[in-house]
Design a protein around this ligand. Structure first.
Ligand code: 5GP
Length: 181
């Protein structure tokens, strides 16, 4: 309740998040049968989605984490991507599934995709909880999308504004008054 007062509207509730996450996990299970799979979460935004997703993927797999900078504490992407935390394990010969919170301009994922292919992965695919298409600058092939959302600044279920709101159990639009004051 304390956090919810800053939310303009709820876009995707907890039930819809769970249902869609299970559907994606079932599809991923079919697609990666028999392949050595590493699921890579991008910190920190994808962590809630990632932890729900992987528990429904019925395959042997490994988990890894990367952290790349994108927005800082504002609401607009800078375009310049920087790796802050790299993978822990060697991914040569493995299939990588990147789990991302949201694809907006596409700059982050276009960069990550090229980077991971160059690290020797057999394949790199992308699973994102959310996609905004209005401000796309780079072409990225997103293989699994949870939901398409309008061009509004969303928070919750891992997504933050200045590091807050990640623990909301739903995805909602932040009131403009919060970031325009
Ligand atoms: P892109 O590089 O595709 O522009 O942006 C990807 C990153 O920007 C995401 O991983 C996320 O951290 C951030 N981002 C883009 N749109 C939103 C949004 O509406 N809300 C939040 N909280 N982060 C966003």
């Amino acid at each position: 309740m304390r956090l919810e007062k800053d939310i303009e509207k709820i876009l995707i509730d907890q039930e819809a998040l769970q249902k869609r996450t299970r559907e994606l996990a079932e599809q991923i299970t079919k697609d990666y049968e028999g392949k050595p799979l590493t699921v890579v979460a991008t910190l920190k935004g994808a962590v809630l989605f990632f932890s729900d997703l992987v528990r429904w993927i019925d395959l042997p797999l490994q988990l890894d984490f990367m952290r790349v900078s994108s927005y800082g504490s504002g609401t607009r992407s800078s375009g310049a991507v920087q790796i802050i935390k790299d993978l822990d394990a060697d991914v040569t010969g493995r299939h990588i599934l990147i789990v991302e919170d949201i694809v907006d301009t596409g700059n982050t994922l276009a960069y990550l995709y090229d980077y991971l292919i160059n690290r020797g992965a057999v394949s790199v695919r992308i699973c994102t909880l959310l996609e905004k298409t209005a401000r796309r600058e780079r072409k990225v092939n997103v293989d699994y999308t949870g939901f398409f959302v309008p061009d509004e600044f969303v928070v919750g279920y891992g997504l933050d504004y200045a590091e807050d709101y990640r623990n909301l159990p739903f995805v909602g639009v932040l009131k403009r008054s919060v970031y325009e004051k």
